[in-house]
Design a protein around this ligand. Structure first.
Ligand code: SIN
Length: 293
C-alpha cells in the first residue's frame, strides 16, 4: 500500500516503481541502466531498494562492462570467495548451468550471500543472459517482516544473540561442493579457508532504514554463540521456518535481460531449479557491505 501511495504522491519523479502488494519487491522501469544514472535518479533507485529490498529492472540488455559500471554506481565491489570470476572481469561471476548438468544448481539452498564474511555484501546484482523456457525462478524471503511477526518477548531474547556463520558446509573440504562428484559448469573453489567461522548479530539493523531484521540463513548460520547445539538448532530451525512462511516469500520469474538487485542484509534467496535440459546463464556482481550491527 505504502509503495502505491509513494508512487501517487510523486515520491519518485525519475523512475516508475511498481511494488508488490506487501511491499516486498518492486519492478523498476523508466530507466536505462546502460547509461550512468543522474544523481537524482540514482537516489530514487537506492530509496526504492531500501524500501522494497528486491528490485528488478526488465529489458536491460547490459554488456558485462555496463553491468560493472552500474554496480559501481550502487557502491564499491564486494568480495566473492570460492567462485572463480569471469576471465578479464575479476568482479563478475557467471552463474551457469548446462542442459545436461546433473549437479545441484548454484544457490539452490536458502542463503544470504557470503554471510560468513566479516563484511558480507550489501547487494547482489544478477543479470539474466540466457533464461530457460521453464523454471529457473529465484525465491526471496523477507527477514524484516519475519522478525516483526515474532512476539516482543522472543524479539527481546533474539536481539541480544550472536549467530555463528561459516562457509564450511558448502565450500569446506568436507562440504557439499567437495562431495558432489557431478560435473559442475561453475568454477567453484573448495578450501580449508571455508572452515573459519565468525559471529554476527542474529538481529541486525538496516543502515538506511533503521529497520530490524533476522540475519541468519540455513546454509551459513551454523549455531548461536554461547548456546549448545541442541539449544541453538531448534531455535534456528524455528526462525528459518518463520522466514520461509509463504507470506514472507516473493517468487521472482526471470525474463531475458532482466537485472535484479537484492539486499543481502535483510533477505535470503533460493535458486529454484526446475529447468533440467535447458541452459541458464546469469552474470552476477556484489556490492560491499558494512560489518553487521
Ligand atoms: C545466487 O544464489 O546467487 C544465484 C541465484 C540464482 O541463480 O537464481
Amino acid at each position: 500500500m505504502l509503495a502505491h501511495q509513494e508512487q501517487r504522491d510523486g515520491a519518485y519523479r525519475h523512475i516508475r516503481v511498481q511494488a508488490n502488494d506487501d511491499g516486498f519487491g518492486a519492478e523498476i522501469t523508466g530507466v536505462d541502466l546502460a547509461q550512468p544514472l543522474a544523481p537524482t535518479t540514482l537516489d530514487e533507485v537506492k530509496r526504492a531498494w531500501a524500501r522494497h529490498s528486491v528490485l528488478w529492472f526488465p529489458d536491460q540488455p547490459l554488456t558485462i562492462e555496463q553491468l560493472e559500471a552500474f554496480t559501481l554506481q550502487i557502491g564499491p565491489y564486494g568480495v566473492d570467495p570460492f567462485v572463480r570470476p569471469m576471465p578479464g572481469h575479476p568482479n563478475v561471476l557467471e552463474v551457469r548451468r548446462e542442459p545436461e548438468e546433473k549437479s545441484r544448481a548454484f544457490g539452490r539452498s536458502w542463503h544470504s550471500d557470503w554471510s560468513f564474511l566479516d563484511r558480507p555484501p550489501a547487494a547482489t546484482l544478477l543479470l539474466s543472459k540466457i533464461t530457460p523456457p521453464v523454471g529457473g525462478d529465484t525465491l526471496f524471503a523477507d527477514g524484516q517482516r519475519a522478525y516483526e511477526s515474532l512476539s516482543a518477548t522472543l524479539r527481546r531474547l533474539l536481539d541480544g544473540l550472536q549467530a555463528i556463520h561459516s562457509a564450511r558446509r558448502s565450500y569446506g573440504p568436507e562440504g557439499s561442493f567437495a562431495k558432489d562428484k557431478e560435473r559442475h559448469s561453475m568454477p567453484i573453489i573448495t578450501s580449508k579457508d571455508a572452515e573459519a567461522s565468525r559471529t554476527h548479530p542474529l538481529v541486525r539493523t538496516h543502515p538506511a532504514t533503521g529497520r530490524k531484521t533476522l540475519y541468519i540463513n540455513p546454509v551459513y548460520a551454523i549455531g548461536i554463540d554461547g548456546m549448545a547445539d541442541e539449544e541453538a538448532k531448534p531455535l534456528l530451525d524455528f526462525l528459518f521456518a518463520r522466514m520461509l512462511e509463504e507470506r514472507f516469500i516473493y517468487r521472482h520469474r526471470w525474463r531475458q535481460d532482466m537485472l535484479t538487485m537484492w539486499d543481502n542484509r535483510c533477505t535470503m534467496h533460493y535458486a529454484d531449479g526446475g529447468y533440467d535440459g535447458h541452459r541458464r546463464v546469469m552474470h552476477r556482481t556484489t556490492v560491499a557491505g558494512e560489518r553487521p550491527v
